[in-house]
Design a protein around this ligand. Sequence first.
Ligand code: A2P
Length: 296
Amino acid sequence: MSVPDLTLNNGVTLPAVGLGVFQTPPEETVAAVETALRVGYRHIDTAAAYNNEREVGQGIAQSGVPRDDVFIETKVWVSDYGYDKTLHAFEKATGKLGVDHLDLLILHQPATDRFDQTIQAYKALETLYADGKVRAIGVSNFTPHHLAELLAQTEVVPMVNQVELHPYFSQPEVRAADAEHGILTQAWSPIGGITFYPGWGDERRSVMQDPTIAEIAAEHGRSPAQVMLRWHVQQGRSAIPKSTNPSRIAQNFDVFDFELSADDVARIDALDTGVRSGPDPDTPRPEIFDRVVPEA
Ligand code: A2P
């Protein structure tokens, strides 16, 4: 079973499927990361705002897998935007993770009520990149117009744009803008967790229960999650499914030995509703943006 690598616009590579730890409680994070590394994952995606960077670092250290064999990605939270504050956010993140460099550091989202600070934060990422402290930089939750504004004011084209992306919200416009600039699209909630997380609103339809996906899954003898992950892999995206359950962590990495047909892919593509389940990146959320990220 070979895990395909994706190549960023600066030549750095990362495995197509990594472990996500959004909403993974700190006390469950070490075990989830260790399990994932044992199963074969070599990419972990965390964020300052997830409050589990320290435990991600512990899980990697305890796994016995050499640090340099793991692609470590984390995100700067909005309250740390601004040139100097973002340089310091790198120190906080690496201090908690227990590493001296990061593989990928991205801005967690555009802060539309303070976009100038978003730009300054990105300029700090450019400095960290030039200094060799991060191997790649990027953004998250950027729509095409945020990307255009960023590209007009900065030098380094982001290597990655991480966005909500699952069969019910497959983001054709963002993918086209990313592709035009050589930016890798990375899917958060790749198996649609955002469509079924408890407590996030009752009117949502769970993509995990979708009949078309169930039918394709049955045809291939796979689970709906595996079909969705295979759809991402075949379309050349990075995907970071979250799980704390050992068998689901393993299942989500077991997607490299079957192939969806062109018809399967087209049927999944046709499920796009154009409606996001997560927060709208154009709506500022100052009460959340201002949450302070603790020192290391
Ligand atoms: P759990 O951590 O208990 O496995 P996403 O990454 O798309 O946001 O999805 C994450 C959600 O999907 C979590 O609620 C996670 O719960 C659940 N999940 C992860 N893997 C699977 C799977 N293979 N089948 C069903 N649910 C899954």
